[in-house]
Design a protein around this ligand. Structure first.
Ligand SMILES: [Zn+2]
Length: 197
């Protein structure tokens, strides 16, 4: 194992703060992204609707280290240990920009916004959906505030801005197959520090 390259990769991630790979990761208090959701909360078109996954928050090898692991349903090891899964909602979104530590980066690509079903942000999106029957015709400012157990996420609808799905961004569209792979890579058993070998 090349420890140095792993350390450097982690350091770079830390520096970048945010949008790691295909998931938008809000690491710190004040991290924010302006997005246009591309999945609805409800749709007859299976391909255009948000995905829900169940994960277990599992304590890692060090004390403050929590990891989220996909619940495999029947025969799930964590369920059998009495760990109750929590649900997360995955929404594909065109991300205009991401801001961390006061530094704003242009993104202009399709990413995955991944939020707890119990988050304030999801409650706000549900309210908007009920009032307007869509969440894909406006931009949203997604903001993380606080840290640790006091972390909150909000999703505020912004004044409608004319949205033309940029040609260049079509290249970054995430298919459902790709989304499943991304979820597996992020929450599956394979990924892991702390793995016994
Ligand atoms: Zn489970």
């Amino acid at each position: 194992m090349d420890v140095i390259s792993i350390i450097e990769e982690e350091q770079n991630r830390r520096k970048m703060g945010g949008a790691i790979g295909e998931f938008v990761i809000f690491r710190d208090d004040g991290d924010a992204a302006l997005v246009r959701f591309l999945d609805e909360l409800k749709s007859d078109d299976e391909k255009k609707v948000a995905r829900v996954i169940s994960v277990h928050e599992v304590r890692g090898p060090s004390r403050d280290d929590f990891r989220s692991m996909l619940c495999t349903g029947d025969g799930c090891q964590y369920c059998s240990e009495g760990n109750r899964p929590i649900r997360r909602v995955l929404l594909r979104a065109f991300v205009y920009w991401f801001e961390s530590g006061g530094k704003r980066e242009k993104v202009h690509a399709v990413k995955v916004i991944d939020l707890k079903a119990s988050s304030m942000a999801m409650a706000e999106l549900v309210n908007d959906y009920r009032a307007r029957n869509t969440i894909t015709d406006s931009d949203y400012l997604v903001v993380r505030t606080g840290t640790g157990f006091d972390t909150k996420y909000s999703a505020r609808r912004q004044d409608a801005s004319p949205f033309k799905y940029p040609k260049t961004a079509q290249k970054t569209w995430i298919t459902l197959k790709r989304l499943r792979e991304l979820v597996e890579a992020r929450y599956g058993e394979q990924q892991g520090e702390g793995e016994e070998g």
